[in-house]
Design a protein around this ligand. Structure first.
Ligand SMILES: Cc1ncc(COP(=O)(O)O)c(C=O)c1O
Length: 441
């Protein structure tokens, strides 16, 4: 029998290229298969920890200065469902959320029958995962609704970051909890100015440690602030267990545990990486590339504004053995971590330099989207659990969406269960190459 996955992985790792994609370890950690065990005597239980796991999670809580930090071996996706369920446990059934939320949040709302008041980005956006959401805008939205919590993504997939201190102040004024999807930003705790959502005033947040730290894929944290409702910490383990596997990976837990020691000892690696990536950002901007990321460890090239096609830029990267996190017609996303070496960064600069000759003087205009609120006819839960059928998008106009349609990555919805397909949503679906959708029968 052939082994197509293993063959692909072998050949990719033998290339020994520059990884500017997740996971943050960049292929440079070593966790042996001998560490892959189950809950044998002494190995503790992730969902009722009293021994080694409890101690390791306490270490992480000290590093992130939280009331409680829980490990997830199933990514931020598990932490997001847990945060939504914790809100429900304290009686919150309505959440104000930015539209660029990850699909796991929508899945949680479908399962838990939570109502969402969506915030849409003002103006046009480069991608459905983008959008600016200001404190003033959120203040107005909270005035107009009776939502008990606000759920936002910062940083987003393209590297935009929200003003969390100002948004937190607004949430406190309205007695609303602030939950942040910080999947892309675990490292923000360890750079020069601690920019982590919990430090900046969030009540809870999820971090995909695996995206930006030296942690195996799916290793993540759910952080609970010292300044929030004590019930969240008390209930968190039992609530998380409802959505989780009963066989959490010890390899992933080991990588989270080893990362604690790295984070405690290597603050200077984060500060050095921040400085080096800042200088790389400056150098590629001097070549004329438009980097729209506000994130210290991410470069997002707006290719139209840079006067080059994504295809050409990727060609240049490929010649230097560089693999990007993501690319579409509008943008190329590069994700860095402390595990990228100086040589990696030099290769990235050389590659941008080699792409310079393909840049057109006449800068293009990015293709932007206007995301408008579709009419909502059913609750997320009712539409999701209704009998449904898959239809071509030409036949979807006026029909109710059953299963939310997302594009992955960034796994952000174009249309959510219960909403009615309109001309704009169909146009966006086509733009992302989606030609069939699930509708309520
Ligand atoms: C913004 C955002 N939130 C949440 C997630 C889910 O994270 P995980 O893969 O750790 O479950 C992702 C994954 O890509 C993401 O980009």
């Amino acid at each position: 029998m052939d082994t197509p996955i293993a063959d692909f992985l072998k050949s990719y790792s033998e290339k020994n290229g520059v990884r500017l994609h997740m996971p943050g370890h960049k292929g440079r950690i070593d966790i042996p298969a001998q560490y892959d065990i189950t809950e044998i005597d002494g190995a503790d239980f992730l969902f009722s920890p009293k021994g080694i796991i409890a101690k390791s999670e306490e270490n992480a809580a000290v590093l992130f200065n939280t009331e409680k930090t829980l490990y997830s071996t199933e990514g931020s996706s598990l932490c997001i469902k847990t945060m939504a369920a914790l809100l429900k446990k304290v009686g919150i059934n309505k959440i104000l959320s930015a539209r660029n939320s990850h699909v796991s949040f929508i899945n949680a709302c479908a399962l838990l029958d939570i109502e969402v008041c969506w915030l849409y980005p003002e103006g046009e956006v480069l991608d459905i995962s983008g959008g600016e959401y200001t404190a003033k805008y959120i203040d107005k939205a909270l005035d107009a609704t009776d939502c008990g919590a606000v759920y936002l993504t910062s940083p987003d997939y393209l590297g935009n970051m929200l003003d969390i201190p100002a948004i937190s102040a607004v949430c406190k004024k309205h007695c609303a909890y602030l939950l942040i999807d910080n999947a892309h930003g675990s490292y923000l705790k360890f750079i020069k100015n601690d920019n982590h959502p919990i430090t900046l005033g969030a009540d809870m947040c999820c971090d995909s440690a695996h995206k930006t730290l030296p942690v195996l894929t799916s290793g993540a944290y759910l952080h609970i602030s010292k300044d929030t409702c004590p019930r969240f910490a008390e209930l968190s383990k039992s609530v998380m267990s409802v959505f989780a596997t009963t066989s959490p990976s010890y390899l992933i837990m080991a990588s989270l545990d080893i990362a604690n020691s790295y984070l405690a000892k290597k603050k200077e690696c984060f500060i050095a990486a921040e400085k080096k990536i800042k200088s790389l950002k400056y150098m590629i901007a001097s070549l004329g590339f438009a980097d729209i990321s506000k994130e210290p460890f991410k470069i997002t090239v707006d290719t139209a504004r840079s006067g080059i096609s994504s295809e050409k830029l990727l060609d240049c990267f490929e010649k230097s053995g560089i693999t990007a996190e993501y690319a579409d017609d509008n943008a190329v996303v590069l994700m860095f971590s402390t595990m990228n070496t100086d040589e990696d960064l030099d290769k990235v600069y050389d590659s941008f330099k080699s792409a310079e000759r393909f840049m057109s003087k006449a800068r293009g205009k990015s293709f932007k989207l206007k995301i408008t609120p579709p009419y909502k006819k059913m609750s997320i839960k009712d539409a999701f659990f209704s009998d449904s059928e898959e239809v071509p998008i030409e036949n979807a106009l006026g029909r109710i969406c059953s299963v939310s349609k997302t594009v992955c990555p960034p796994c952000v919805p174009i249309i959510v269960s219960g909403e009615v397909f309109d001309e704009n949503s169909l146009k966006i679906l086509k733009r992302y190459g989606i030609f069939t959708v699930s509708v309520v029968k």
